[in-house]
Design a protein around this ligand. Sequence first.
Ligand code: COI
Length: 355
Amino acid sequence: RGFTSVQKAPQPSFPYSEDEYANVEWDGLGFGLIPTDYMYMNKCRGDHQFGEGQLNVYGNIQLSPSAGVLNYGQGVFEGTKAYRKENGQLLLFRPEENAVRMQIGAERMCMPSPSVDQFVDALKQTALANRRWVPPAGKGSLYLRPLLIGTGPVLGVSPAPEYTFLVYASPVANYFKEGSAPLNLYVEEEFDRASRRGTGSVKTISNYAPVLKAQMRAKTRGFSEVLYLDSATKKNVEEVSSCNIFIAKGKRITTPATNGTILAGITRKSVIEIAQDHGYDVEERGIAVDELAEAHEVFCTGTAVGVVPVGTITYGAKRMEYKTGSATICQDLQSTLSGIQMGTLEDNKGWVLQI
Ligand code: COI
């Protein structure tokens, strides 16, 4: 398996803009796409490994109508964020974790994947080229979206003959329209998110469109998002469409174990470690939906969502309420994690990469 020779696209006109900031209304950023200047692109044949990629001007990409990703959903994605410190330095958070997770997902979806170094380098290039789009310290972050998709043509169900690894970016802040206010979750009993030995544990694009129907229905009824149960028994809590879930009772924090149907969140993993450092007793195991009634606190974690409190969960006719606000476990973990990510707290774990 040698390196493929990839035809280079014309390079954008460097150097990048001298402006410190792009023309963005930084206050009140949400989680909608704000297109930036550049994106990273790298293509390779299915039977090769990725070679060197390059930055292109951000814009539409051309695809064959029979591209594997368009017809059969052969694709995985990642999400990570670049933060700007007060002194202007840019920080990435545990980017190699995303690289490894993409490799695991790619293997499941029969795709070649970039090496950890190639992946991290692509993130660095994309963040630096778009640095004027990184919000001022404390106003949000530059969300980086790596995509790995089958772009070669197929007709029958088979792996695509060509793949594209690309990274684009958008400035973001709060994921939910609630901002950082508590979420109101609805336990979804009709639809499942993931099945045993399916793809629930990998970040394949095909896990996300199927959640839209339940999500839309819940939003119409005034809920923030849905909470899924396990498909086999409908008795255990799994995750929310876009994030992992934790429950807390006293000093004990519990989150569903990653048993194949749960996405192995990097925020989830980081929050577990911080919680242990802070003296909480952390368990990863199945959580019976009935346990929701006894929890003192519930919170969600994810790269896009951060660490957000859950105020209520509605399960059938039952509506459960949780402690939120100051002096909560959620707030303790949220402030430590975001402090490390934004460079305002010392990173003694080697999680932050200054670029
Ligand atoms: C992320 O948290 O970065 C994700 O990729 C979740 C996405 C569905 C918004």
